[in-house]
Design a protein. Structure first.
Lengths: 115, 112
């Protein structure tokens, strides 16, 4: 089954404790992206990657890091989480404009709470 | 996704009627536009997209209209069904930057 998986689905942590949210896709997509979703603000893009070892900032990259060492994986790293990073996070993948498709497939989401 | 729906504009339609959800986009340089559906507790799901060189595109029970003059996008759903109840987002993108900007969403409620 074609899908995007994220882990963990729920996470409660404390300020300053480094964490990683994993994202994996099995569709051989070149494009992957991370979003956060907050009430009243919609989805905002954090980082995206056009291919292995190629990443770029979205609209809200502060406090986040990403890496793309393999095509299928795109982890989101919070080196020192703060309460304002409490949010619902989505990973997405796509063939990408370079593949002729803008359709993004989204994962199920990770609800992060930072206390 | 249970907190996603707070503060969203809501469109209520009777089952079987047509629904029209509107979206204003911000960037004149955007050259493709996408509609997504998000059900409670799930990630967004692609519905339909349209390139800037088109003004209309039809899918199964859905039609997207693009008016570049006023930077407006609409999603029409024919014969709305209870399963269409969800939050709908428009998104704009620029093929030169690979970045996406999402709207804040509209909640569609289908009344039986």
């Amino acid at each position: 089954e074609a899908q995007v998986t994220q882990n963990p689905r729920y996470l409660i942590t404390v300020t300053g404790k480094k964490l990683t949210v994993t994202c994996s896709q099995n569709m051989n997509h070149e494009y992957m992206s991370w979003y956060r979703q907050d009430p009243g603000l919609g989805l905002r893009q954090i980082y995206y990657s056009m291919n292995v070892e190629v990443t770029d900032k979205g609209d809200v990259p502060e406090g986040y890091k990403v890496s793309r060492k393999e095509k299928r994986n795109f982890p989101l790293i919070l080196e020192s989480p703060s309460p304002n990073q409490t949010s619902l996070y989505f990973c997405a993948s796509s063939l990408g404009p370079q593949g002729g498709s803008y359709e993004q497939y989204f994962g199920p989401g990770t609800r992060l709470t930072v206390t | 996704g249970e907190s996603v729906g707070l503060h969203l504009p809501t469109l209520s339609v009777q089952e079987g009627d047509n629904s029209i959800i509107n979206c204003a986009y911000s960037n004149s340089a955007s050259d493709y536009f996408i509609w997504y559906k998000q059900e409670s507790g799930k990630g967004p799901q692609f519905i339909i997209d349209i390139r800037s060189n088109m003004d209309k595109r039809q899918g199964q029970r859905v039609t997207v209209l693009l008016n570049k003059t006023v930077k407006h996008l609409s999603l029409q759903i024919a014969a709305t069904q209870p399963g269409d109840s969800a939050v709908y987002f428009c998104a704009e993108g620029s093929s030169g930057t690979y970045k996406y900007i999402f709207g804040t969403g509209t909640r569609l409620k289908v009344l039986a």
